[in-house]
Design a protein around this ligand. Structure first.
Ligand SMILES: Cc1cc2nc3c(=O)[nH]c(=O)nc-3n(C[C@H](O)[C@H](O)[C@H](O)COP(=O)(O)OP(=O)(O)OC[C@H]3O[C@@H](n4cnc5c(N)ncnc54)[C@H](O)[C@@H]3O)c2cc1C
Length: 481
């Protein structure tokens, strides 16, 4: 419920927030309200494209420290006014949208690198830092987090922690939750908590993991210590085309089953190979394009590379060599450029899921069947980006080139495709998500994925935030009040 602009309560709230952060760090301007009403979720983008207004915040605040965040949380709690944390606003799930109005807390003024520990190889930074800025600071010292997501120039460390994000080098260096040593968070009642300094202990459950992936619903993460790595001496790539997706998946599975440590494996289905790999890399082949890479000391990389090559060459294949693998690395962001990426007025959804090797191909095929048989106006493509010892992540997409003109009709269709695809994925052993998070978009499906275990999450939410002030309406918690 928005706070009426000319009400006494609005004046009181404004005054209290300005006391904490200074009037220059509280905005009620119309342009800010509009800017903070749309992230990278397709439906708010559609709304704006069709001249509609999205739910807007009443106040946008820019705190500079955990102490200021703590005081803002107390104000929100006293008034029972929603408080939604906003990092870069690059999330695709509507996670940062202030759908019930209230305060948007933008973290980007908390962006300091606090300590680089070159002995233990860790870095401590505030969570509002843009990921690329953290990388630049470390690169100057010959170091890196190795968290290299495609949105690193526009997303914050806190956003990745909140969504359990994944970067392109995750197959070797892990997802962000594997990199965290410890973190600081501010709870709904304003308490500032710090989790233990190292993640390997037997002093009870891992509290850092409680906050990772909680999408601002359990608290605001304000500081994190991450593992870091020396920059590698070399990073080398190689590419193959396999006759079909099934053969490509088998190659990737064998690379992981042999416990090699590639920093990258990316496998494109036949449709993406035909369309995107040809358009972006100029490789005109039928089948499934697979690229992998190793990094580290040159002699170790050579050894791992030769093992990987012999695995792939033992399967039916066409060897594309190193150049067409290195080209992929050089052009990895081109896939997001206008002519290759999808944009309004097209409708598209990234069906980002994960499963074991025993299930992942069925998950891919089940979602493909849903799109092709139930939604003839849509097409389906996919690639497999992040690989584990036990399975991999599927980055599938549905695309509708000409969605309905009526925004309500378009949104209904969009939601129906999501529901049908993700229910098919769940039936086949996939999950709702691997790295984009749940946000507003997928909250309604959380109970279907977690079953009775979802009640555990609900109880944690209730005990940490009894007033449901922290990012209400997200992750399926009390979707509306
Ligand atoms: C072109 C493009 C490419 C992308 N590629 C990738 C990719 O390779 N890998 C990947 O993982 N994602 C990717 N994404 C998705 C997006 O960048 C991530 O979801 C990212 O984690 C969002 O970070 P943000 O700072 O923009 O967060 P926001 O969108 O601002 O917020 C996301 C969620 O995190 C919460 N939040 C933010 N900061 C905090 C905090 N400090 N404490 C508590 N909660 C907080 C918000 O409340 C919200 O629920 C991509 C997006 C785009 C547009």
């Amino acid at each position: 419920m928005p706070v009426p602009t000319h009400s006494y309560v609005h004046e009181m709230l404004y005054g209290e927030l300005a006391d904490v952060v200074g009037p220059e760090n509280v905005s009620t301007s119309q342009s800010d309200k509009i800017a903070y009403s749309c992230d990278y979720y397709w439906i708010p983008e559609l709304w704006i494209d069709r001249g509609c207004r999205n739910p807007e915040p009443d106040f946008v605040v820019h705190p500079c420290s955990a102490e200021e965040v703590s005081r803002i949380c107390r104000i929100a709690g006293n008034y029972k006014i929603p408080l939604t944390t906003w990092g870069g606003g690059s999330g695709s799930q509507g996670g940062a949208l202030p759908i019930q109005g209230g305060i948007v807390l933008d973290t980007k003024k908390m962006s300091r690198v606090l300590e680089v520990d070159k002995t233990s190889l860790t870095v401590t930074a505030e969570t509002g830092i843009i990921m690329q800025h953290l990388e630049w600071a470390l690169e100057r010292e010959g170091l890196a987090t190795m968290h290299v997501p495609a949105s690193m120039t526009c997303a914050t460390l806190g956003g990745f922690l909140a969504h359990r994000g994944t970067g392109v080098l995750s197959t070797k260096y892990g997802k962000i939750e594997d990199m965290v040593m410890s973190l600081e968070a501010v709870l709904a009642d304003g308490t500032i908590v710090n989790t233990p300094a190292v993640p390997r202990h037997a002093s009870g459950p891992d509290l850092s993991q409680l906050f990772l992936g909680s999408e601002g619903t359990f608290g605001v993460m304000t500081k994190a210590t991450l593992k870091i790595h020396p920059l590698p001496e070399v990073r080398r790539f190689h590419a193959f085309v396999f006759p079909d997706l099934h053969a490509g998946l088998e190659a990737g599975r064998q690379l992981m089953a042999r416990r090699l440590r590639p920093c990258v494996i990316r496998l494109y289905d036949e449709a993406e190979t035909r369309r995107l790999i040809r358009r972006v890399l100029g490789i005109d082949k039928e089948g499934a394009y697979l690229v992998f890479g190793f990094d580290g000391d040159a002699d170790l990389v050579d050894l791992e590379m030769s093992k990987a090559l012999s695995i792939c060459r033992a399967l039916p294949h066409e060897d594309l060599g190193t150049k067409l693998g290195e080209d992929w690395w050089e052009h990895r962001y081109d896939f997001f450029f206008p002519n290759h990426m999808f944009h309004i007025p097209q409708a598209f959804g990234t069906l980002d899921t994960v499963a074991t090797f025993a299930h992942i191909e069925n998950v891919y095929r089940a979602m493909k069947q849903v799109v092709e048989e139930q939604f003839p106006m849509a097409r389906y493509i996919g690639h497999f980006s992040h690989w584990y010892e036990w399975g991999c992540m599927l980055y599938a997409r549905f695309i509708i080139d000409e969605p309905p003109d009526d925004p309500h009709e378009a949104a209904q269709l969009y939601n129906r495709i999501w529901d049908a695809c993700l229910r098919a994925a769940l039936r086949e052993g996939g999950l709702l998500n691997e790295h984009h998070g749940i946000g507003l978009k997928l909250g309604r499906l959380m109970k279907e994925q977690h079953g009775p275990a979802y009640a555990v999450l609900e109880k944690i939410k209730k005990s940490l935030d009894p007033g449901n002030v922290m990012n209400p309406g997200k992750m399926g918690f009390e979707m509306w009040r």
